[in-house]
Design a protein around this ligand. Sequence first.
Ligand code: SAH
Length: 220
Amino acid sequence: MNSIRHSGIGMTSERTRARMVERLREQGIRDMAVLAAMAQVPRHLFVSEALAIRAYEDTALPIGLGQTISQPYSVARMLEVLRDGREMQRVLEVGSGCGYQAAVLSRIAREVYSVERISTLLGQARRTIRELRLSNIKLKHGDGNAGLAEFAPFDGIVLAAAAAVPPSALLAQLADGGRMVLPRGVGENQFMVLIERQGDSYQEQVLEMVHFVPLLPGVA
Ligand code: SAH
């Protein structure tokens, strides 16, 4: 996974990433597949060169257009809850942003679909994903509120932006036995929520407090 971009700086080293993963473990992340995936994906390539030096800090960082790359802990925690120790086949992410979480997902799911509403960000994500040759990711420009009906059902759906209520199209596109993880709420009052579908019934579990950008309508 070496890259021509940002090459040669100390931050790119596997050791720096290994330390990030060690911190995630200390913070309580237990899923070995998620930890292994995060040890592999070069997060510094998903941020601007100026911020690459901070890429392995456990913090969200700006990626332009008022958006951020999610904090490593949030990514790890959401994917751990989504995966629940199982093999995942087809997963949908809403809010690709720079594409980092999609890249991590590509290591723990067979097929990854990710929708982003801001085309400029999607373009950046595409470049990075292509550079890393992650061929099992399909990035789509669109409003994630509608999901991706043509590729449904998904055995996992993860939202990287906070919704006041889980979008009904996404609930409908969840496979029987599938799991959806989302930040739910408005402003500072957000909780991570896990929704499990069994037939026509949806079981919901409210987990810890989180902080994400809002899920917005339409495309830009
Ligand atoms: N997954 C990213 C985090 C991106 S931040 C990572 O790995 O770092 C959340 C993203 O959701 C932003 O890029 C924002 O533009 C996008 N977003 C917000 N509302 C959306 C919607 N309705 N459909 C698709 N993307 C949306």
